[in-house]
Design a protein around this ligand. Structure first.
Ligand SMILES: [Zn+2]
Length: 150
């Protein structure tokens, strides 16, 4: 398997699954009083801004994207490794949200980025060719260093 490719419809599937399984309670964000939507939870909530600000090398202004689709399809030409790294960030922001909802734990930005680094290193083992694997390992190393500076 190469880097994770997001097939058509995947972004909508993520949003649909979020709506089906992850929204609990009164529909309010666990970090602020706003209505919790996919884009709020993953891109726009003030609680995720330190994470995206630290990751400007990945996307210069992720919080300005209106949706996950805009975030994940912004790169031209499409870049599987870049999409995979973004997916790791999104997954770990979502896990951070669930840690708050279900365990009342606040994971600091450096811990989220450190988890992303670990996931990307793990996922790199699934790369069939050496170039994407090397790029994913580079991202993992960069994120590890970034997490230490936050
Ligand atoms: Zn919020």
């Amino acid at each position: 398997m190469g880097a994770i490719l997001l097939p058509a419809g995947t972004i909508h599937d993520i949003d649909k699954r979020c709506r089906a399984f992850f929204w609990t309670g009164d529909g309010r964000c666990p970090f602020c009083v706003r209505t919790e939507t996919t884009s709020h939870m993953l891109l726009h909530c003030h609680s995720v801004q330190p994470i995206w600000s630290a990751l400007q090398a990945l996307h210069y202004d992720a919080s300005s994207c209106e949706s996950l689709e805009e975030l994940l399809t912004a790169r031209h030409p499409p870049d599987k490794v870049h999409s995979t790294v973004l997916l790791a960030i999104i997954c770990n922001i979502w896990k951070r949200r669930n840690a708050m909802v279900f365990n009342n734990l606040i994971k600091l930005p450096h811990l989220v980025i450190e988890r992303c680094s670990n996931d990307i290193a793990l996922w790199s083992h699934k790369c069939g060719s050496s170039a994407p694997k090397a790029l994913m390992n580079d991202w993992s190393i960069m994120l590890t260093h970034l997490a230490r500076w936050l």
